[in-house]
Design a protein. Structure first.
Length: 223
């Protein structure tokens, strides 16, 4: 019995000692974390500042002065819109030493082309009645807008020579060429014909609502 009591006393003392050590370790850990927190905050702040220097956020400011060069009255009827995608290759210095001084890029262009008819060109002599039939000569359809969608257009790939930093104007040239290519693609796909067809459909409904049951569109004015 005596030995059992001694073991119980020793076990209890060990348990108290272990609990005390755990409490002391946790206390020291908390004190250390609180002591090191300012250092960690300073390190994070320095890291943020270094990142802002190495990867600065661009600042874009618009000049408060606005110059309006021209104001024009328009009477355009837009009747069709095409969304076009073209891949443009722009390159320079692709000769014998192209690997050293050449510059080449692939530009994926997303463009918008809008066509219709200019109603300012529609005059009284372009509409006449014969035997209850309304004859109409519409202006020729034309392209009003041919522009790039900058949010969707991007440089897919670019290769520069070992001894050059590239032509700073190459992407600008590619974008300029892309606008022309987008408009040309829409023309080849028949955007003007579709614009004319849509314009005739629009005016046919309009004139019928105005009381002209039969409307015929002609390509030429009467002499």
């Amino acid at each position: 019995m005596k030995n059992t009591s001694n073991w119980l006393i020793i076990g209890g003392a060990l348990l108290i000692f272990i609990i005390g050590m755990i409490v002391m370790v946790n206390t020291i850990r908390g004190i250390t974390e609180r002591a090191l927190q300012p250092v960690q905050d300073t390190t994070d702040a320095i890291g943020t500042q270094v990142s802002s220097v190495l990867h600065p956020t661009p600042t874009v400011l618009a000049d408060p002065v606005t110059i309006i060069h021209e104001v024009r009255s328009l009477a355009r009827l837009e009747t069709v819109q095409y969304s076009v995608e073209k891949v443009i290759t722009a390159e320079t210095g692709q000769g014998l030493f192209g690997n050293l001084f050449g510059d080449k890029l692939l530009f994926v262009a997303h463009g918008v082309v809008i066509a219709g008819v200019d109603l300012q060109k529609l005059g009284p002599k372009d509409m006449w009645l014969e035997n209850g039939v309304l004859y109409v000569h519409l202006p020729d359809p034309e392209i009003f807008v041919a522009t790039l969608d900058n949010d969707k257009s991007y440089v897919y790939d670019r290769e520069t020579g070992l001894l050059t930093k590239g032509d700073v104007n190459l992407e600008t040239s590619a974008r300029r060429l892309a606008e022309d290519a987008v408009a040309e693609s829409a023309l080849e796909d028949g955007i003007l014909e579709q614009a004319g067809t849509n314009a005739e459909a629009y005016f046919s409904l309009l004139f019928r609502d105005l009381g002209y049951p039969e409307v015929i569109f002609v390509d030429e004015k009467p002499e």
